[in-house]
Design a binder for this molecule. Structure first.
Ligand code: AMP
Ligand code: GLY
Length: 431
């Protein structure tokens, strides 16, 4: 069959690369893809918002299964549109995608399922939020300790969350969301929740709404710079498995997080099919859910799929068929994998595009390395140029995590464009 992957990032390159290895697959199309997906699959120049055009393309090109990478099309209802047209697609329907697209919905599901998460308050205007803050933290000084997190309800390209330690930070975050409307409609509602301490891990699970297959735990690196400093990003690197998450933790999360969430979604008449991505905090209070995403993580997907030995298409199709129980236990390469993200100068702020990337061929020749592309395109001269903030995900597998890390950095050092940079401490936490 032919498979269509929707999206253009590193995650979608990893998906297209893995899917193209399936003996069952003839052509893999990526809409719109990047310069890397063009090497492992066929790019299709479709407008990312034009789901009708994707449906037409899928029908005209015998696409037997579509996989959606990013959250925005899921929240827009791309799955519902494809299903209405009789097309097989992997991902949650629009009502279930609210789990990521609305923080309030997510909290309601967590509470309905009795899943451990931070205590929270929901607000629709600034005044009520400010009053609550002054009530709970009566100190006059703007520097009064106030360990709270302010979250815009809707999708805000990963920028809607402000983690605060002082009172003035909380008050400013509220002003930005509720008065300055910096996130537009995504900030019509917002929540304030208690700040949790500890280390983060991502546990992704594939589910058809009945059967749940947890995938090995990963750890992302969200802050831009070494030592977890600097502004938050979409993720500067990831590794898998994450030793922070023990076997016992995995069982505990399956029983107390994944199963009750899937049940709560079903009971709410918003059954979930797709990837359930639990962002977790492990700390003195145990494990609690920070958030859910409804798709593969980026960059978590890259090291995860590098370790997957089973045929991914069988699994994703079984979800679309609502028959995940037919799938044998997944086979994993026991070796760990590590992904180092290379970024454009200025990211996560503004950056220049169009700079020629050198060294990709040399990096591809490093043993046990795969360079996944994210923000790349082919320039007028035919050279590969940067076209986004996160540009490449240099991913390596190795006998142990240290070996994987060394290989990933060895390859990353061979690649360069003007202003390119990366964190130099990805996976150090686990070593
Ligand atoms: P979210 O989009 O909800 O995952 O938030 C983005 C990031 O903010 C998370 O990856 C955490 O680093 C941080 N974060 C979110 N909620 C909390 C919380 N309750 N306590 C501490 N950090 C948080
Ligand atoms: N790596 C974080 C995310 O995909 O949301």
């Amino acid at each position: 069959m032919n498979v269509l992957v929707v999206g253009s990032g590193g995650r979608e390159h990893a998906l297209a690369w893995k899917i193209s290895q399936s003996s069952r697959v003839k052509d893999v199309f990526v809409a719109p893809g990047n310069a890397g997906t063009a090497l492992d699959a066929v790019n299709v120049d479709l407008d990312p918002d034009d789901y009708s055009a994707m449906v037409r393309y899928a029908k005209a090109n015998a696409v037997g299964l579509t996989i959606v990478g990013p959250e925005v099309p899921l929240a827009d209802g791309i799955v519902d549109i494809f299903k209405d047209e009789g097309l097989k697609i992997f991902g949650p329907a629009k009502p279930a995608a609210q789990l990521e697209a609305s923080k309030v919905f997510c909290k309601e599901i967590l509470n309905a399922g009795n899943v451990p998460t931070a205590d929270y308050w929901e607000f629709h205007d600034a005044d009520a939020a400010i009053e609550m803050i002054h009530d709970r933290y009566p100190g006059e000084s703007p520097n009064t300790a106030c360990p709270m997190v302010v979250k815009a309800d809707g999708l805000a390209a990963g920028k809607g969350v402000t983690v605060c330690s002082k009172k003035h930070e909380v008050l400013e975050a509220v002003e930005l969301i509720a008065r300055d409307k910096v996130f537009g409609d995504a900030g019509t509602k917002f929540i304030i929740e208690e700040k949790l301490e500890g280390q983060e891990a991502s546990i992704l699970a594939i589910t058809d709404g009945q059967t749940i297959i947890p995938l090995p735990a990963c750890q992302d690196h969200k802050p831009a710079y070494d030592g977890d400093t600097g502004p938050n990003t979409g993720g500067m690197g990831a590794y898998c498995p994450a030793p922070l998450v023990t076997e016992d933790d995995m069982s505990w999360v399956a029983e107390n997080v994944l199963v009750p969430t899937v049940h709560a979604l079903k009971a709410n008449r918003t059954p979930f099919q797709g990837v359930l991505y639990a962002g977790l905090m492990k700390g003195p209070q145990g494990i609690k859910v920070l958030e859910y995403n409804v798709r593969f993580g980026d960059p978590e997907c890259q090291p995860l799929l590098m370790r997957l030995r089973s045929d991914l298409v069988d699994v994703l199709e079984a979800v679309a068929d609502q028959d995940l129980a037919r799938i044998d236990p997944l086979q994993w390469d026991p070796r760990p994998a590590c992904c180092v993200v290379m970024a454009s100068q200025g990211y996560p702020g503004s950056y220049e595009k169009g700079r020629v990337i050198s060294g990709l061929d040399d990096a591809a020749n490093v043993e046990n390395v795969k360079v996944f592309h994210a923000g790349t395109t082919v320039g007028k001269s035919g050279a590969i140029i940067n076209n986004g903030g996160r540009v490449l995900g240099v991913t390596a597998i190795g006998e142990d995590l240290k070996t994987a890390q060394v290989s990933a950095y060895q390859a990353a050092k061979l690649i360069e464009w003007r202003g390119s940079w990366y964190r130099t401490d990805i996976a150090n936490k686990a070593l």
